[in-house]
Design a protein around this ligand. Structure first.
Ligand code: F6P
Length: 547
């Protein structure tokens, strides 16, 4: 099979770009009154309006042909049937098995993994029920009021994002998340807590992650300080990991361990026991509803034709912008305060998955891969960085995400939020021409000369693309579907780019070098082998550090 950029389908898109570049979205809307109807999709409780993208039906057809050339269908089948598609780590990629509600088996190396998935779900249900009901008590007999999840990356961002996104349904113990190795993070968190009523969930797929183990040690010392007995650890610490031996070595009883497996990638793991804080905060029923929402999106992804397939469409639009229209970033703009951690979650999902520069067989890619993902909830973002999105020199595709109903809307403010959301995508699409800007100023009574001078500053080029994703309510099911949608979007893009979306070698080198530098800082001995900058920084710290 030729490299994707050597295919006639890639060439056709390159040619098509020349046709599309001069076309303005305003005109595309004017030419086609059916554009909205034709470019909206509904799946798993979500509605996607992708009509405000710089595409025509023809663009989409060419993108579907590109997906066919990359054998997207085949790769989807391979993922769902447990092939080792994470080739650099030799692993299957089966987060979809964790939320498989179909009753169908999922095979890995001849084993149906569903019975063990169900077993761990039962363990999570039982444990969370006991903690939430007060049946599970701490060492001194008091019920648990606070849970601290200690984990980083996928062992933090997913459960944190979901717990906050479903904050409206939170009826269990308070849940805190400690991730950063900065002692301030664990220190500030524990300062507000009582060791008698605090439960720690140490979450690490590998149970080797330096940050997590350091924070867990700090928490253990704090717990022992407060409770004065090693035996207390068993009542106040549980672990989530794929690695029982390391959990035991750390001093956590493996009876208090929740297992998952190496076919679950860290950033795809919130559906596994890594989701334990979600069960503790919201209860098992809501966690299961989250799984069901994701499963509904999985079924859609596997069965819908490309032209009806939400993850396929989202993924291909991203390819169109990144590889043919030259955009380098993608904004995630939730118009929902509960979704405030979604951009950070998607940063890991997309950038750790597809921030790759070689193909699966190790050849340098000849095209850009993952864009920079960033964002903030609206309307805060509007008063910070939207200036650049509207009038800056780069085009930044935006995903607007909103729920039609808001559980906190007692004063009718939600309409204001939605009005802002829709106004932003409209403004980005339409823009304001020089003539419109000028006429507006003249109508406001400004003198002609002053209006001419000001008009260029009030021009919006428009033609800036966006998707809008709506759901009736932000609830476990729709959130599950939303997350799965982005997971599959990332998969679609990884397939087109021919990269392994499920490894993360890019985090290794820094980790390795930190391992060299740490003893130097601790012992005050800096090696000559460092470059002058690193040596200078270390010397500065050693000279200015107070014992
Ligand atoms: O940042 C690298 C990484 O391996 C992520 O992929 C992962 O989510 C995170 O570290 C945490 O890893 P672990 O769960 O093994 O502690």
């Amino acid at each position: 099979m030729p490299a994707i950029h050597d295919t006639p389908q890639w060439a056709a898109l390159n040619h098509h770009r020349e046709v599309m570049e001069p076309r303005h979205l305003r005109h595309l809307f004017a030419e086609d009154p059916q554009r909205f109807e034709q470019m909206t999709l509904r799946a798993a409780g979500l509605m996607l309006d992708y009509s405000k993208n710089r595409v025509t039906r023809n663009t989409l057809e060419l993108l579907f042909e590109l997906a066919e050339a990359a054998d997207l269908d085949g790769w989807i089948r391979r993922m769902f049937s447990g092939d080792r598609i994470n080739n650099t780590e030799g692993r299957a990629v089966l987060h979809v098995a964790l939320r498989n509600r179909s009753g169908r088996p999922v095979w890995v190396d001849g084993e149906d993994v569903m019975p063990k998935v169900e077993r761990v779900l039962e363990h999570m249900a039982d444990f969370s029920r006991r903690v939430r009901s007060g049946e599970w008590v701490g060492y001194t007999g008091r019920a648990i009021s606070d849970v601290v999840n200690i984990g980083i990356g996928g062992s933090n961002l997913g459960p944190k994002m979901v717990c906050r996104a479903l904050g409206h349904f939170h009826d269990g113990p308070r849940v805190h998340f400690v991730s950063n190795v900065d002692p301030t993070h664990v220190g500030e968190t524990l300062a507000r807590l009582d060791p008698e009523t605090t439960l720690f969930v140490v979450a690490s797929k590998t149970f080797t992650t330096q940050e997590t183990l350091a924070n867990a040690r700090a928490a253990r010392a704090w717990c022992l300080d407060g409770l004065g007995d090693e035996a207390a650890v068993a009542r106040h610490f549980v672990a989530v990991s794929t690695h029982a031996e390391r959990v035991a070595e750390f001093g956590i009883d493996t009876a208090n361990m929740f297992e998952f497996w190496d076919w679950v990638g860290g950033r795809y793991s919130l559906w596994s026991a890594i989701g334990l804080p979600i069960c503790l905060a919201l209860g098992m029923e809501r966690f299961v509803a989250l799984l069901e929402g994701a499963h509904a999106m999985d079924e859609h992804f596997v069965t819908a034709a490309p032209s009806e397939n939400m993850p396929v469409i989202l993924g291909l639009l991203g390819i169109w912008y990144t590889d043919f229209l030259g955009t380098t970033s993608q904004a995630i703009l939730p118009y929902d305060q509960y979704l405030r951690h979604l951009p950070a979650y998607l940063q890991q999902l997309e950038m750790e998955s597809n921030g790759k520069r070689v193909t699966r067989d190790g050849q340098p890619v000849a095209y850009p891969t993952a864009p920079v993902i960033w964002g903030e909830p609206g309307t805060d973002g509007q008063h910070a960085f939207y200036q650049l999105i509207h009038q800056g020199t780069q085009s930044i595709p935006c995903d607007f995400i909103a729920a039609v109903n808001n559980p906190n809307d007692r004063l009718g403010m939600h309409a204001m939020l939605l009005a802002n959301c829709f106004a932003q995508s409209e403004a980005l699409m339409r823009g304001r021409s020089h003539e419109e800007a000028l006429q507006e100023l003249l109508q406001q009574g400004m003198a002609a000369e002053a209006a001419e001078a000001l008009a260029p500053h009030r021009v919006f080029p428009g033609n800036r693309p966006s998707n809008t994703l709506l759901m009736e309510r932000l609830e476990p099911r729709t959130l599950g579907a939303l997350i799965a949608l982005y997971e599959h979007k990332v998969f679609v893009q990884g397939v087109i780019w021919g990269i392994d979306s499920f490894d993360q070698w890019g985090v290794e080198l820094g980790k390795q070098l930190a391992g060299v530098i740490l003893p130097e800082l601790e012992q005050g001995l800096v090696r000559d082998s460092h470059d002058a900058s690193t040596r200078g920084l270390l010397d500065y710290c050693l000279r200015h550090r107070r014992p």
